[in-house]
Design a protein around this ligand. Structure first.
Ligand code: ZN
Length: 604
């Protein structure tokens, strides 16, 4: 038995409660404190996991002892005479996301942050976990998938596992159920794709494609590799999307329709998204799990940990994820440029990009990016989306300044050499490393792109590699950009709103600062039901676009249950929808630069 040992049992999974028995062999004689983490690394929001703990009780030598509450996350046992302290508790598990825990008779999933109390003073020592099977016959065929180190039991079976410390313990999510396992290798390393849920996916194709992507990233960072086995834990659902990175695994939620179907060789938009998601989480094995902000070393899981560097850890990862799918040969440059165009469109459509820098967005992730409200388009910029554009601009700018001797992969490799051991990257060091590699200060670039709110010089930077940054107006509510679009003749009007579908018309999710709707007194939550006396059925963007800018329109809307009537003067539809195109005829030098950039090669 380990000095800190958890026995975890799903009981009858229909209760949605994991039953946990924590045994502390040598508790603090002055009174042991235990605490549930309040957030999970990779998802920067305080989630108060302690709130899901129910029926907690302590025992010493078989006798019940009181557990006093200390604060939101913490309990304290009374002083002991050196005998082991046993704490039993249940954790409600009904969150079908990658961030918490979920349990029913079809499967169980948990992160250690939801189930494993920290034993204060002993978090740096070894931890043991015994995973027990469900107690009902209906779940008799369940298996287990986790990257925790196995101590006993068969492969994929229940049994005992261990971790070097609490930080490792909570970094290996656990799936239990009757999942499918798809095995493949990348650079000689065994990988497993675990699929939970109803699906009819072409698992051979998944294995083939993921192997190419993983091999690409392993080779880009080079040996020695940080992993000797890797697990993609995938929950397949009708509708859902998400991923969370861990040191040698990732937890994913994906849409059934996004997985490739047997006999269909096409790469659908959905499958392209899934490959990008896998590529993204796998890249985090390096960027954020090992190369991480100094502010995360060690993680304080009871308070917000602020860093201005999430633009690097999420933005660069977002830039390189789809680029990795391109470089692995699974999509072509046109398909990749469509994805870049969509990301750029998301950034350009929000005025928040002129209010908040990506450094500020990183710092305030806890209160702003993760808690977006109706004002978010006006006040918040995504350190993912704009961060990935900053990464692209940095890649192109480094190449411009060094005549292709240095690119973003050079920076990544240097950071990996210096900080890959997990010591933490100080806040100023990414700029310092870029300046060092560029051979001259890059403070002007960082002031503009990372700390500034002006638009990035991407049109000029892309021109150098023979790619054109085109912009146009949105053609309708569902136009996500990335492609050309046909605008109506004689039209071009705009209300300046972000809309959602509503049974009665179009619901205003957000009203953009300075737009026509804002000037007309319309507000977030209003349901627009008519323009110029004619019913609005869905596409409000297209309705406004069909009319000329400057036209005054009558607007009828419901605010709560009250009818609002107003007039709005349409503004010119902004050119904030982006699509990239390759110049057909470019000189040889430009063509070479473009190839180097897309391939990720440098001449240094
Ligand atoms: Zn990420």
């Amino acid at each position: 038995m380990h000095p800190v040992h958890y026995a975890i049992c799903p009981g009858d999974p229909a209760r949605h409660r994991f039953e946990v028995t924590l045994t502390i062999a040598s508790p603090d004689p002055a009174g042991q404190r235990v605490a549930m983490p309040a957030w999970i690394p990779g998802s920067y929001m305080v989630r108060e996991f302690a709130k899901h703990v129910v029926r907690i009780e302590g025992r010493i030598g078989g006798a019940a002892v009181p557990l006093a509450r200390v604060d939101r996350d913490t309990w304290q046992a009374p002083p002991t005479d050196g005998r082991p302290l046993v704490i039993r508790y249940e954790v409600h598990a009904w969150d079908l996301s990658v961030r918490k825990a979920h349990l029913d008779r079809t499967h169980g999933f948990f992160n250690g942050t939801s189930l494993c109390l920290e034993v204060e003073g002993q978090t740096d020592g070894p931890h043991g976990v015994t995973l027990l099977p469900p107690t009902v016959e209906a779940c008799a065929d369940w298996k287990v998938a986790t990257m925790l180190t196995r101590v006993d039991g068969d492969d994929w079976g229940f049994g005992t596992f261990e971790a070097a410390d609490h930080d490792e313990l909570i970094d290996h999510p656990v799936e239990m159920g009757t999942f499918d396992v798809v095995d493949f290798e990348a650079c000689g390393i065994p990988h497993h794709l675990v699929l939970t849920g109803v699906h009819d996916a072409d698992t051979e194709r998944l294995a083939r494609d993921l192997s190419v992507i993983c091999s690409h990233h392993l080779e880009a960072f080079g040996a020695p590799y940080p992993i000797d086995r890797y697990l993609f834990l995938t929950m397949v659902v009708g509708d859902g999307y998400g991923g969370l990175e861990h040191r040698s695994s990732t937890a994913l939620v994906c849409k059934r329709a996004d997985l490739p179907r047997r006999g269909d060789p096409e790469t659908s938009d959905g499958y392209r998204n899934f490959l990008g998601l896998c590529s993204h989480e796998y890249l985090h094995t390096w960027n954020v799990k090992r190369l991480k902000p100094a502010a995360f070393v060690p993680y304080d899981l009871h308070h917000e940990a602020h860093t201005e560097l999430l633009w690097w850890f999420e933005g660069v990862t977002s830039y390189l994820d789809d680029l990795g799918v391109l470089r692995a040969g699974l999509i072509d440059a046109t398909s990749w440029m469509e994805l870049v165009g969509r990301t750029a469109t998301r950034v350009l459509r929000g005025g928040g990009r002129h209010v908040q820098s990506v450094a500020e967005s990183s710092f305030d992730a806890w209160s702003k990016f993760y808690k977006q409200d109706e004002d978010a388009p006006n006040a918040v910029v995504s350190y993912y989306a704009k961060g990935s554009l900053v990464a692209m601009a940095l890649d192109l700018e480094l190449r411009r300044r060094t005549d292709d001797r240095v690119g973003l992969t050079t920076v990544m490799a240097t950071l990996w050499q210096r900080y890959g051991d997990g010591r933490g990257v100080p806040e100023a060091d990414i700029e310092a490393v870029c300046s060092e590699l560029a051979g001259a200060p890059m403070d002007d670039f960082f002031a503009l792109a990372v700390h500034g709110v002006a638009d990035l010089p991407l049109p000029e930077l892309l021109e150098r590699v023979g790619i054109v940054w085109n912009t146009r107006a949105a053609t309708g509510d569902t136009d996500r950009g990335g492609k050309t679009g046909k605008l109506p003749d004689g039209g071009g009007g705009d209300l300046g709103v972000v809309v959602a579908k509503h049974a009665m018309g179009s619901k205003l999710k957000s009203v953009l600062d300075g737009g026509a709707a804002c000037a007309a007194g319309l507000a977030p939550g209003d349901v627009v039901i008519a323009l110029d006396g004619l019913q609005v059925k869905g596409d409000l963007t297209a309705r406004a676009l069909a009319l000329p800018p400057g036209r005054t329109v009558r607007v009828h809307a419901f605010r709560r249950d009250e009818l609002v009537e107003t007039t709005a003067v349409l503004q010119p539809a902004p050119s904030t929808t982006v699509f990239l195109t390759q110049r057909d005829s470019v000189d040889e030098a430009t063509a070479t630069r473009r190839q180097h950039w897309l391939d990720g090669t440098t001449t240094g």
